[in-house]
Design a protein around this ligand. Structure first.
Ligand code: URA
Length: 267
């Protein structure tokens, strides 16, 4: 059944008319000019080749494009505005561009004495840290406390000479404690750099691969450990992560040598 296209100019009336026609069984639209179907080619019209099957969403059905945000540039701008640790803490807590934040219970900022000479930089919160909102409070954290206590340093010490300040590259726990991805590290780096600038420690101790990579671009903590280098204009000592030492107790020997090297540097 065909019907002439005499569309009313009102949009709603046109839609209602179209709906009515579809309901009435219209399945072909004909124009005002007549078509002589005897003159049409005898052969059946060729069907257009079906579009190749693909899992990619059709452009016309895909979600509308979102504005691309440069998360690293945004992090730099936000972190640069913080002039105190409290401002940095709330800037971080309000930063919504890192996916890890969605799965985390807490933003884990730091622990210890901001006047400390030594700043310890870890990787990322685990389950306990995520629950408590403080870095290094699980088994690895207990070992970390014992290790530094052995050279007279503690996160609870009020005296800068014997105090520790502890923070992580990532303030949010990665799902299943997976390693943070380079893009996630890059996004958090402006906050880490600002954090270190505000605390202004005499030396930095990086524990594990993630903070080593974040601050020096280097990889392979087991090769790098124990060799002093410089980052952000400060002496930096790479050490094995305490979670690694829990799994590989034989490496505690090297960790002890690194702690003695730290002690000597502070004298
Ligand atoms: N491992 C880390 O690197 N940081 C923590 O806070 C806990 C475990």
């Amino acid at each position: 059944m065909g019907i002439a296209t005499d569309i009313a100019d009102d949009w709603h009336a046109a839609l209602a008319a179209l709906a009515w026609q579809v309901e009435a069984g219209v399945d072909e639209v004909i124009s005002d000019a007549p078509v002589n179907r005897y003159e049409l080619a005898a052969e059946a019209p060729k069907l257009a080749k079906p579009a190749p099957q693909t899992n990619a969403p059709r452009q016309d059905l895909a979600a509308p494009p979102t504005l691309a945000v440069d998360a690293v540039a945004a992090a730099k701008a936000v972190a640069a505005r913080a002039t105190t640790l409290e401002e940095l803490r709330s800037a971080l807590a309000g930063f919504d561009l890192c996916e890890l934040k969605r799965g985390a219970r807490n933003t884990v900022f730091a622990d210890g004495n901001p006047a400390a000479r030594v700043l310890v930089l870890g990787e990322a919160p685990g389950a306990e840290e995520d629950r408590e909102g403080r870095p290094f409070v699980g088994r690895a954290g207990q070992l970390l406390d014992k290790m530094f206590a052995a050279v007279g340093l503690s996160r609870t010490s009020p005296a800068p000479e014997t105090a520790l300040y502890i923070t992580n590259v990532m303030p949010w726990r990665p799902p299943g404690n997976r390693d943070p991805e380079p893009a996630e590290i890059a996004m958090m780096l402006p906050f880490v750099e600002r954090h270190i600038a505000l605390v202004d420690p005499q030396v930095i101790v990086v524990m594990g691969n993630t903070p080593l990579f974040a601050l020096t671009g280097g990889k392979g903590i087991l090769r790098a450990r124990g060799t002093w280098t410089t980052a952000l204009g400060k002496p930096l000592l790479p050490m094995a992560h305490p979670a690694y030492l829990l799994r590989n107790p034989a490496m505690k020997r090297e960790a002890w040598a690194d702690l003695l090297s730290l002690q000597a540097r502070l004298r």
